[in-house]
Design a binder for this molecule. Structure first.
Ligand code: SF4
Ligand code: SF4
Ligand code: SF4
Length: 347
């Protein structure tokens, strides 16, 4: 299917349907997203590569936010990156006007750690197409429930080896570049197998967290190893604030304030506000968490941050009957006031 991606890029540039394209590529410095301004400069692309050094939604934001160049860009991203982009769009951090979002049935990515063979893309794709989950996939990928290009304009279906338009914009684009395409995903036995395996893993994950977090002290224990490096916040595509509340004056401690706190509490754990930081992050963005796994990948203390957010996110999202990054038009729950919502908490 890589050839199909090359064909899309070639035709799109030739027919002036795009001015730029972002695609995962292999360069001297390894696998990275690269922004190309013409087809001739496109080197070795590897769109399905099992590597995620940053969530691609951040790339779209970088390229399109305040884009007054009038340029059109095509992005080839993993489904969780597209979904994060849709959430960022709702937070006014992305402009979709001049974009075409292409995604694919996603085999998942490996942890970005030494010892994982990132070159073994053929085995990863073979496993995937045969309905098996590769062993060294990240836990969040093994339990990923939205891996079929949800939210994108165009899907590259690795199972049925087809290009599929998912939106009117995608359809128009594919017609304009004269590419054969379908308009719906065909049923496929192995795709269903992957869907079932991942749904079972997700259900096991939710059950295990539900059991563990019955005890309210579990949260403190869970983040006990946290060194408050803020990597999880930096890597998260949804945590976009220029200044995090936890970096504000409110959370800066000076000798005086430490002394005051110490007098009240008589014992003060340092660094301060560690659990509060994680609770703050959950309360700010759990409705939009797309379980992309980035926060866990970058945690130096191997805390299952992403799995925790996936569990918390699911509970909160279900409360609002909201699935992040699927429907571009559906407003964010935290920005929507419904008069009759949560009446039960008033009693
Ligand atoms: S979380 Fe899902 S969409 Fe994201 S890389 Fe893993 S399998 Fe793909
Ligand atoms: S909290 Fe973690 S899993 Fe959720 S969107 Fe942010 S980085 Fe991804
Ligand atoms: S990345 Fe890990 S150690 Fe760093 S702040 Fe987040 S949870 Fe704590």
């Amino acid at each position: 299917m890589k050839e199909k991606v090359v064909e899309i890029l070639k035709k799109a540039f030739e027919k002036s349907e795009i001015d730029g394209a972002v695609v995962m590529s292999k360069r001297e410095d390894g696998y990275n997203y690269v922004l190309y301004s013409n087809f001739e400069d496109i080197g070795e692309i590897s769109p399905f590569h099992p590597v995620m050094k940053l969530n691609g939604a951040k790339v779209i934001s970088l390229v399109t936010k305040d884009n007054d160049l009038g340029k059109k860009f095509l992005f080839i991203l993993k489904p969780c990156e597209v979904r994060a982009a849709i959430e960022l769009k709702k937070l006014n951090q992305i402009d979709f006007n001049n974009t075409i979002l292409v995604s694919f049935t996603c085999p998942g990515v490996f942890e970005f750690k030494e010892g994982n063979n990132f070159e073994d893309i053929d085995k990863l794709l073979d496993d995937f197409k045969n309905g098996n989950l590769s062993e060294n996939l990240r836990e969040t990928c093994k339990s990923c429930e939205y891996f079929k290009g949800e939210g994108s304009d165009i899907l590259i279906d690795i199972f049925n080896e087809e290009v599929i338009s998912l939106t009117a914009k995608g359809e128009e684009f594919l017609k304009n570049i004269d590419l054969n395409f379908s308009t719906e995903i065909k049923d496929n036995e192995n795709l269903n197998k992957i869907k079932d395996l991942r749904a079972k893993n997700a259900s096991d994950l939710y059950k295990s967290f539900k059991k563990d977090f019955k005890d309210e002290n579990k949260l403190i224990e869970f983040f006990d190893k946290c060194i408050k490096c803020n990597n999880c916040r930096e890597a998260c595509p949804i945590c976009y604030c220029r200044q995090c509340y936890f970096e504000s004056e409110t959370f800066k401690y000076y000798p005086d304030s430490i002394k005051r706190k110490f007098q009240i509490k008589s014992a003060l754990r340092l660094p301060t506000d560690k659990t509060l930081f994680h609770l703050g992050r959950v309360s700010h963005m759990a409705t939009s968490c797309v379980a992309c796994g980035m926060c866990e990948d970058v945690c130096p203390m191997d805390i299952k941050v992403s799995q925790f957010f996936k569990y918390m996110g699911k509970n909160i999202q279900e409360t609002f009957n909201y699935v992040p990054g699927i429907n571009r038009e559906e407003p964010l729950p935290l920005l929507t006031f419904k008069e009759d919502e949560f009446r039960e908490v008033e009693d």
